[in-house]
Design a binder for this molecule. Structure first.
Ligand SMILES: NC(=O)c1ccc[n+]([C@@H]2O[C@H](COP(=O)([O-])OP(=O)(O)OC[C@H]3O[C@@H](n4cnc5c(N)ncnc54)[C@H](OP(=O)(O)O)[C@@H]3O)[C@@H](O)[C@H]2O)c1
Length: 302
């Protein structure tokens, strides 16, 4: 049984780590030093995916874990079943998921991951088949828990219902985009967000289902609010209220946003990416000091 209560309050976002092609003249030492620094901060939970850097992120982690012999200290979540545009748009069938999981375990150099996410919903593969595949991964000890990323809560419930017949336990986590700023349009096809989605948030609150929130800082929107998928007058107003809160509390707007997410009525683990250990230290502190609920309600008003 996986216990989330022993985890740090944020997961490390990893999609920028590693290289698509491992170039022999590029040393792994700076990346290893960065990962060592994260561990020193107590950050042991990582948000990986088979698709990140076309497997390069998992490969880097595998090399680091082998060099440091630290596998037992880590909570690894990874994802599979990501569609390959045009070539393979539906990749939740048993063969594709098995191939993805085996490749992830091989690159990571481990025989299990703590948490396995379905990276997208393909809306085509029968839910019974997906449930059976996940249940077999659990039985084989290759994954210790499962979750979905970019699935609606209705589809997650349907998958869990299908899972009852094959002994699949409920999902441990769901991983949609979640931030303060609602999208104008999805950044990639097949993504889902719970930002501003009242029905999804009510479901999560009732279930107290943990959320691994991706792009929690709006993927750079705070630095440059113009021209992104978040660029709307409503978001600019929210951004101004968040900035005022940050100023009043002597913190950065990024840290105020993490405190906002941590004040949600359901458990939230932001998947935070930064190239700076100093900024990660500040992010960790911010996740340990949630915003007052009343302030959070006021800041997110339309
Ligand atoms: N499941 C999915 O489908 C999915 C999709 C997208 C992303 N993800 C996950 O989510 C993770 C994070 O997503 P993301 O990279 O899009 O966005 P993000 O975490 O919302 O934002 C990252 C940006 O915030 C900056 N930043 C972080 N901490 C900061 C601080 N304290 N002060 C100022 N700037 C700060 C970083 O810049 P610096 O590096 O300069 O600090 C970086 O530009 C990814 O790595 C990945 O693991 C999952």
């Amino acid at each position: 049984m996986v216990d989330l209560s022993s985890l740090p309050p944020l997961f490390v976002g990893t999609s920028h780590l590693g290289q698509v092609v491992r170039l022999p003249f590029v040393s792994s030492q700076p990346a290893f030093a960065y990962l060592d620094g994260l561990l020193e901060l107590g950050l042991t939970a990582f948000d990986l995916a088979a698709s990140y850097q076309a497997g390069g992120t998992e490969r880097l982690f595998g090399e680091w874990m082998r060099a440091r012999k630290n596998r037992e200290r880590l909570f690894l979540s990874t994802k599979g079943g990501h569609p390959i545009p045009i070539v393979a748009p539906h990749r939740l069938g048993r063969a594709a998921l098995e191939a993805d999981l085996e490749a992830s375990l091989r690159r990571l150099g481990t025989s299990w991951v703590e948490l396995y996410f379905l990276h997208r919903d393909d809306q085509v593969t029968p839910l019974e088949e997906i449930a059976r595949t996940l249940a077999s991964f659990l039985r084989a000890g290759k994954i210790r828990a499962w979750g979905v990323s970019n699935w609606t809560h209705e589809r997650l419930e349907a998958l869990e219902e299908a899972g009852k017949a094959v002994g699949l336990p409920p999902a441990l986590m769901t991983s949609p985009q979640y931030s303060l700023f609602a999208w104008k349009k999805t950044p990639w096809p097949g993504c889902t967000s719970i930002t501003g989605d009242r029905a999804a948030q009510e479901f999560l609150t009732k279930r107290q289902l943990a959320v691994l929130a991706w792009s929690p800082l709006g993927g750079g929107y705070l630095k440059n609010p113009r021209g992104s998928v978040y660029d709307t007058p409503e978001n600019l107003a929210r951004r101004a209220r968040l900035q005022a809160w940050a100023d009043a509390h002597g913190t950065s707007i990024e840290n105020a946003l993490l405190a906002f997410l941590k004040a949600s009525p359901f458990p939230v683990y932001p998947s935070v990416a930064t190239r700076s250990l100093e900024r990660m230290r500040a992010n960790l502190l911010a996740c340990q000091t949630p915003m007052d609920e009343e302030d959070a309600r006021r800041i997110q008003a339309p």
